[in-house]
Write a protein that binds this ligand. Structure first.
Ligand code: PA5
Length: 408
């Protein structure tokens, strides 16, 4: 296993909660509830889906040097987080850009320049097919592409990933004959990391999607790993009950910043219900120690920390002589590892509960394990809190207010 969970002794877990967590695990594995399709999905994903993703990705690669992924929340964050963590697209593969994850005119105006200078394909991802941000960006980018390539060629440059049977994107896909993939009905956006919605654009970028799903499969079928996940979930729940209502995800490589964003979406949307939930925050260290270090050390102690600690990196820099005798000749990665230890020692003095997830190295297999590990944790903690971790009724209110203002 490429992930090792190290808990905290600042709280203890009750026998009763352990029993509850075991029952939750058994229920999840039975996959009888709404939106629990993700639990066994890494073992169930059909081989035809994998090979179709690979062959359509190959076609797309021949047509473009930029792939624009249009999607928001669970329909793009996993793609962006994995590509960034791996250091970008593989050399010679299309660069992946993102649209439709905001409604900024300024942001989307910039895509005109991208299209003018590059060969572009679009991958529109929307489970419902009706999300306002993705609909807007899709129509804007399609219009620009009609001008550049004409209608017929544009349709050949679009890959649509949506519900198999319903929604306006499904209707348009069938009418226009776009290449398409399904997001399984029983898997919600933030649990969709191993579905085509996330994996197809990864395949275009040259990511080894078989290794990614393989990582998730190993851990989803491994009892000992489920036990680690349950320990993490139980510890989070015990910390929450003890008044630690914020979890700060921390990592020491900027390339993991979007893993933090992905975690925020997963945990925030899964747990924030009925006045309950742990507020997820994320920090890139040591960068953010120079803004938030003071608060962590001596501020309002409402939080606990979860450190994603990468043990081995595939690139490094040797510190030159000019840095002075104490530092010269050292590896920058080793100094970064000292920072992890130093910060943890300082925070231990401040009595901050810390959970450390050691990740052997960042590659597709480890990312598959890590994302699945977080998904099982979010589901189990949410259920321990007594909420449904798979719905998001709270997001309807703001959406309706926006629709009212737009006269829809
Ligand atoms: O996790 C979720 O369910 C959400 O974040 C959705 O992924 C997001 O709202 C996008 O929805 P859709 O894929 O329907 O466009």
């Amino acid at each position: 296993m490429m992930i090792k969970y190290n808990g905290t002794d600042k709280v203890s877990v009750s026998k009763e909660d352990i029993e509850k967590a075991l029952a939750i695990r058994a229920e999840l594995k039975e996959d009888k509830e709404d939106y629990t399709g993700w639990v066994n999905w890494p073992s169930e994903i059909p081989e035809e889906w994998m090979s179709k993703m690979e062959s359509v990705a190959e076609d797309v690669r021949k047509k473009c040097d930029r792939l624009i992924v249009i999607g928001i929340g669970g329909s793009y964050l996993g793609t962006a987080a994995i590509i960034d963590a791996l250091g970008g697209s593989k050399p010679g593969y299309p660069e992946v850009l993102y649209a439709g994850n905001n409604m900024s005119g300024l942001y989307h105006a910039q895509f005109k320049e991208v299209i003018d200078n590059h060969d572009v394909c679009l991958c529109v991802v929307s489970k419902s097919g009706g999300t306002m941000e993705s609909r807007l960006a899709f129509s804007i980018l399609k219009d620009w592409m009609y001008e550049k390539y004409g209608r017929e060629e544009t349709a050949k440059r679009i890959v649509s990933i949506t519900d198999p049977a319903k929604g306006i994107l499904r209707e348009e896909t069938d009418k226009e004959g776009y290449a398409d993939f399904e997001i399984p009905g029983n898997i919600g956006g933030r649990y969709s990391a191993f579905t085509p919605g996330i994996m197809f654009p990864l395949a275009v970028a040259g990511v080894d999607i078989r290794a990614l799903v393989g990582g998730a499969k190993t851990i989803s079928t491994d009892e000992s790993f489920w036990s680690e996940g349950l320990k993490y979930a139980l510890t989070r729940y015990a910390l929450y009950e003890a008044g630690k209502t914020v979890e700060v995800f921390e990592y020491y490589d900027p390339s993991l910043r979007l893993i933090g964003e992905w975690c925020k979406q997963l945990f925030g949307e899964s747990e924030g219900k009925d006045g309950k939930g742990i507020f997820p925050a994320s920090l890139t260290l040591s960068t953010d120690l120079h803004s938030m270090g003071q608060f962590l050390q001596a501020g309002n102690q409402i939080f606990f920390e979860t450190i994603i600690n990468v043990l081995k990196r595939n690139a490094d820099v040797k510190v030159p002589e000019s840095a002075g005798p104490e530092l010269a000749g050292r590896s920058l990665n080793d100094i970064n590892a000292m920072a992890v230890k130093g910060v943890m020692a300082a925070h231990a003095k401040a009595d901050i509960p810390m959970i450390r997830l050691d990740v052997e190295e960042i590659n597709e297999e480890a990312l598959g394990q890590l994302l699945y590990f977080f998904m099982m944790t979010a589901a189990v903690t949410g259920k321990l809190m007594g909420i449904d971790p798979f719905n998001q009724p709270g997001v309807e209110d703001y959406k309706q207010e926006i629709r009212n203002l737009l006269g829809q």
